[in-house]
Structure formats: structure tokens, C-alpha cells
Design a protein around this ligand. Structure first.
Ligand SMILES: *Cc1c(COP(=O)(O)O)cnc(C)c1O
Length: 479
């Protein structure tokens, strides 16, 4: 096998990728394959002899694409978006070529240093307080985590190490397991499931609190819970504020929660803005993160809504030392002479290994510019409002939650069962793809504007599909 051969493969794949993305609109958004579809399409064993790359290329459509859900189709409206852009794909190619493992500074200085600077760029784009940024010359700084779920766990572990340190000093007679059994954290009942999971993984109690009528976690709710727990002898230590909940994209009252956390030194406030955080690059949406200066850590996913392919979850910490020092193990083979003068990111995360992900941010930020990224966000929000308008013009429908970002929560003014049937019908017709959610026993449909290719005509087309499905369901109902 000649290297030249593989170069041709790479070139052919580059063309295929462009072809795939440019024509993605024409593909069926969710494949109609059944579980187990793939095994009969490939041999039982790996080939003994090398195959020509053209054979692999020929199998992409036959084996892979027949079973792909096209997340970047304008007809895909499920979950939240996952980002995709050519600059990020190209950066991933370069990252794949360098293929370093940037766990310490010396393991690949550019990998660490570009990440430090990119998180400063990004933090400034969002208008984060200087205390979070490395450029301030203080303790704070940012790191790229794989996912928001990891960021929530890392923040919880930081909060845990800080509170353990303090309580040990106040109560030298208490054992660590005494203290651990008293720790309790809080989040909105509408917080992402990964928050509850962080509690389980971190071995601490985490309470999901019932939010207010607008599904926001407010100061009094948190204060009451803390008072109750303190009366029981528990030690509140961690609060997660969600900006843009997954179910319906509501925003906790961060400013108020920040005040509650300021009343007690032990409380670490973490902000999970996984999806909606990207919108803060537009100044007109920053009112939704009012109070961010009171947080200890802040996280959002450029890999959701900012055109940087998965995985790239940006996290900032005011005092990374609670994480860095807490889990610092220092075997000789990972020590180096420059230790301390630049972050060794292995201490800021759960895994040891890490890819050169800052390249994706660098390419995307430079090749789009802040201006075009803002345009992207504003366009998606405008498209969501267009769908909202179409929905409201049809008196059979209602909007379940105020539309603030690129998500529309809507339903027929009918029972849960009818709305379940509506979703089954929509997805069954196979032209668009949506997922539902349920809050306080009300079942509703979520339409997220996901693809960067989405235009008004696509949203209109999606609405036509919803309407036609509703016609079908309501007609059956009348019979
Ligand atoms: C999507 C989402 C997450 C999970 O993000 P991952 O990066 O996949 O872990 C967490 N929180 C919220 C609010 C989300 O919308």
C-alpha cells in the first residue's frame, strides 16, 4: 500500500464531505433501518489483505449512510443542535495529523497555550468578568472539557474539595466520611440529567428543587431548601444554575441565586449554559446571564450552537486550584521543568489524555469572525420565532413556553394522548424529526432549529409537515 494511495483517499473524502453537506437537505432525516441492519452488510472478519480505498469509499453509502440520522439536515429538529462547520472539520483534520496528547505543557506547548488564549478570546466574546480569564493575571482561567456533563462533575468535585478543606479545619474531630455524608447540593428540577448524575458520581446528595411557575429556580426556593437542610445538620455546598434548560429553555434567576450563594462561603455556584450560552456572544441576550460575576464556574458548549464540531465544552473557573490541587497526582514521568508557569490541563479534567481541540475554536473564530457567529445565533432565533408565529396563527395549537432562543415548545390544545399521537405521526411520516418533553404532566413537542443550512422555506416546510400531521390525527379523532 502506497502513501500516495491514501492521499487520493483523503482528497476523495474531502470532496465527498462537501457533497454530503451541501446536499444534506435531500436525504431522509432519520433512516428506516431496523436494529441489526448493519452486520449482514459487512464481512464476519477483518480482511487479511488490504483492500483498495475505492472499496471503502463505495461502502460509505451502502453501509454507513443508510443508517445515519442526519443531524445537520434542516429537517432535523430534535434535542438541541450539535455544531458543524468546515473550519472546525478542517481543524479536526489538523488535530488528527498532529495527534498529540496535550496533558502537560511540555507534552505539546502549542496545545496548552492556544487553549489558554482561545478561552480568553471566547470569554471576552461572552462578556465574562475578567476574574474568569487568564489574561487578568489572576488565578482564573478556562479549559476545554469534552462535554457539559464533565464540566458539571468537575465543578462539583472542586466545590467538594473546597468545602471538605474548610469543614476539616472547623471540625478537626470529624472524619471525612462524617463530612461527606452531610454534603448537599441543589439544582432546578428541570436541570439536565447530567447534574443528578454528577451527584451520584461525586458521592454526594443532590436535591432537585421545584422551580416557580415559569420553571425558573428562584432565590426563595433555594433559600428555603438550604434552611431546611441546615436545620437537619447538613452542609449545603453546591448550586447549579441552568441557563437554558434542555426541556424548554428556561433560565434560572442567576442573579438571585448568586446572592443566596454569597450568604454562605461554602456554596459554590456553577452555571450550566450548555446550549444557550452561545447566545451571549450577542449583547442583547446577556440580560439572561445577569449575575454571572457571582458564579464560581461557568460552562457552555460551543459544540452545540457556535459552529465548533463536537467535542468542545468551554469551562471557566475563578479558582481552578480547588480542582487542580484536589486531584493532583504527580508521577515522575509527568513532571517537567516548567511546571507551574502554564496550566497542566490534566489537572483540570477527569481523563489524562486530551486532543488539540483549541484548533477548532481558533479556525472557527477567525474564519467566521464574531460578526458572523452572531448572525448565526440571531438567524436561528428569528427562525424559531417564525415557527412560533405559524403555530399561533393556527388556533388548534398553543405555545407551551416563551420562545427566547432557537427552541419552540408547542402542542395541540388537546390531551397528552393526542399530542403523543401527533408526534408519532410526524416522525412516522419521516420528513422531519422532533422529540417531545413533559413538564408537570403536560406533554409537548419541541422544535429546535438545528442546522446551519436552515432557511425560512425549511421552517415553513416543517410547519406544513406538523400541520398535515395534525390534520391526520384530528381527523382520526373525530371518526
Ligand atoms: C445538552 C445539555 C447538557 C449536556 O451536554 P453534553 O455536552 O452532552 O454533556 C447539559 N446541560 C444542558 C442544559 C444541556 O442542554
Amino acid at each position: 500500500m502506497e502513501a500516495g494511495d491514501f492521499k487520493d483517499f483523503a482528497k476523495a473524502m474531502t470532496d465527498y464531505i462537501a457533497e454530503y453537506l451541501e446536499n444534506i437537505r435531500d436525504r431522509q432525516v432519520v433512516p428506516s433501518v431496523k436494529p441489526g441492519y448493519l452486520r449482514p452488510l459487512v464481512p464476519e472478519q477483518a480482511p487479511e489483505q488490504p483492500e483498495p480505498w475505492t472499496a471503502v469509499m463505495a461502502d460509505i453509502e451502502r453501509v454507513v449512510m443508510t443508517g445515519v440520522t442526519h443531524w445537520h439536515s434542516p429537517r432535523f429538529h430534535a434535542y438541541f443542535p450539535t455544531a458543524n462547520s468546515y473550519p472546525a472539520i478542517v481543524a479536526d483534520m489538523l488535530s488528527g495529523a498532529i495527534a498529540c496528547i496535550g496533558f502537560t505543557w511540555i507534552a505539546s506547548p502549542a496545545c496548552t497555550e492556544l487553549e489558554v488564549v482561545m478561552l480568553d478570546w471566547l470569554g471576552q466574546m461572552l462578556g465574562l468578568p475578567e476574574e474568569f480569564l487568564a489574561r487578568s493575571g489572576g488565578e482564573g482561567g478556562g479549559v476545554i472539557q469534552g462535554t457539559a456533563s464533565e464540566a458539571t462533575l468537575v465543578a462539583l468535585l472542586g466545590a467538594k474539595s473546597r468545602v471538605m478543606h474548610r469543614v476539616r479545619e472547623q471540625h478537626p474531630d470529624w472524619t471525612d466520611s462524617d463530612i461527606l455524608s452531610k454534603l448537599v447540593g441543589y439544582c432546578n428540577k428541570q436541570a439536565h440529567s447530567s447534574v443528578e448524575r454528577a451527584g451520584l458520581l461525586g458521592g454526594v446528595k443532590l436535591r432537585s428543587l421545584q422551580p416557580d411557575g415559569k420553571r425558573r429556580l428562584r432565590a426563595d426556593i433555594l433559600r428555603d431548601a438550604i434552611r431546611e437542610d441546615k436545620a437537619k445538620g447538613l452542609i449545603p455546598f453546591y448550586v447549579v444554575a441552568t441557563l437554558g434548560t434542555t426541556s424548554s429553555c428556561t433560565f434560572d434567576a442567576l442573579d438571585e441565586l448568586g446572592d443566596v450563594c454569597a450568604e454562605d462561603d461554602n456554596l459554590w455556584l456553577h452555571v450550566d449554559a450548555a446550549y444557550a450560552g452561545s447566545a451571549f456572544i450577542c449583547p442583547e441576550y446577556r440580560y439572561l446571564m445577569k449575575g454571572v460575576e457571582k458564579a464560581d464556574s461557568f460552562n457552555f458548549n460551543p459544540h452545540k450552537w457556535m459552529l465548533v464540531n463536537f467535542d468542545c465544552s468551554a469551562m471557566w473557573l475563578k479558582q481552578p486550584r480547588w480542582i487542580v490541587d484536589a486531584f493532583n497526582v504527580d508521577p515522575l514521568y509527568l513532571k517537567h521543568d516548567q511546571q507551574g508557569s502554564a496550566p497542566d490541563y490534566r489537572h483540570w479534567q477527569i481523563p489524562l489524555g486530551r486532543r488539540f481541540r483549541a484548533l477548532k475554536l481558533w479556525f472557527v473564530l477567525r474564519l467566521y469572525g464574531v460578526e458572523n457567529l452572531q448572525k448565526h445565533i440571531r438567524k436561528h432565533i428569528a427562525l424559531a420565532h417564525l415557527f412560533e408565529k405559524l403555530c399561533l396563527e393556527d388556533e388548534r395549537f398553543e405555545i407551551f413556553e416563551e420562545v427566547t432562543m432557537g427552541l419552540v415548545c408547542f402542542k395541540l390544545k388537546e390531551s397528552n394522548e393526542v399530542n403523543e399521537e401527533l408526534l408519532r405521526t410526524i416522525n412516522g411520516r419521516g420528513r422531519i424529526h422532533l422529540v417531545p418533553s413533559k413538564i408537570d404532566d403536560v406533554y409537548f413537542l419541541r422544535l429546535a432549529v438545528c442546522s446551519r443550512f436552515t432557511e425560512e422555506k425549511d421552517i415553513q416546510g416543517s410547519w406544513e409537515e406538523v400541520k398535515a400531521s395534525a390534520d391526520e390525527v384530528l381527523k382520526k379523532l373525530k371518526k
